[in-house]
Design a protein around this ligand. Structure first.
Ligand SMILES: C[S@@+](CC[C@H](N)C(=O)[O-])C[C@H]1O[C@@H](n2cnc3c(N)ncnc32)[C@H](O)[C@@H]1O
Length: 224
């Protein structure tokens, strides 16, 4: 499907607001940190400006950000940047111990993301783990977005992924930031923006480490 247009390449000012506001508490990154191997080499597909990669990398765990859009890359950040797309990963089979993607390419409701999944399964070693993060919808954020941006739960279930919900918030620093971003989302001026919006995130994971980890405490099972 090629590179999916993302406004952040043209509007780094708005992307900075979004990236800091969405899940300001850092619950998604904390959960990724807990699920990913503590050491080894991890692939971040559609890494954007490297916000997540730089928070997950440690001396023992290298995180490689793969990003197709020049406008999103931040070469000044000390990461091993790789240009490329989810459907054509420029790596040998079994290169990585795990791979994840947060709100990039794997938008299951509208796109056929199976070519990207095939690539993840190719470049991650047997025994590794795949993690995809998408919106879940039915939250206050959805009052401001256009169309249904939620994950297709049935798709991930059919693909053999486990599911957990992360309840977090969009939290803006000030009304100007909230107005700028929510107006972009809605396509019209949001004159009296809220500073906090509930935000439901879906984390979908698959891998042989699953049996060792077991389901996360308190996570919902698949809806029937
Ligand atoms: C909403 S941003 C998310 C960025 C980052 N993952 C994060 O959580 O901050 C979506 C990213 O996906 C990238 N992208 C678009 N098409 C892609 C593709 N075919 N393969 C991989 N990444 C893609 C965009 O350039 C953009 O950086």
């Amino acid at each position: 499907m090629g590179v999916i247009y993302f406004y952040g390449a043209d509007r780094p000012d708005l992307f900075r607001i979004e990236r800091e506001a969405m899940d300001r508490a850092g619950k998604v990154i904390a959960r990724l940190d807990a699920l990913l191997p503590e050491s080894g080499t991890i692939l971040d597909v559609g890494a954007g400006d490297g916000f997540t990669a730089e928070r997950l990398r440690t001396t023992a765990r290298e995180v490689i950000p793969l990003e197709p859009s020049q406008g999103m890359l931040r070469p000044a950040k000390l990461l091993w940047w790789v240009g490329g797309e989810a459907e054509h990963l420029p790596f040998h089979d079994g290169t990585f111990d795990a791979a994840y993607s947060t709100w990039a390419y794997f938008f299951s409701r509208y796109l056929d993301v199976r070519p990207g999944l095939d690539e993840l399964r190719r470049v991650v070693k047997p025994g590794g783990i795949l993690i995809i993060v998408e919106n879940l919808g039915q939250d206050q954020l959805s009052d401001y977005t256009q169309g249904d941006t939620s994950a297709d739960l049935n798709f991930w279930k059919k693909q053999g992924f486990e599911f957990e919900e992360i309840q977090t918030n969009f939290e803006f620093e000030n009304a100007d930031d909230a107005r700028a971003l929510l107006s972009l989302y809605r396509g019209t001026d949001v004159s009296e923006p809220p500073l906090t919006l509930s935000y439901r995130v879906g984390l979908f994971r698959q891998g042989l480490v699953e049996s060792a980890l077991g389901p996360p405490a308190g996570s919902p099972s698949w809806p029937t």
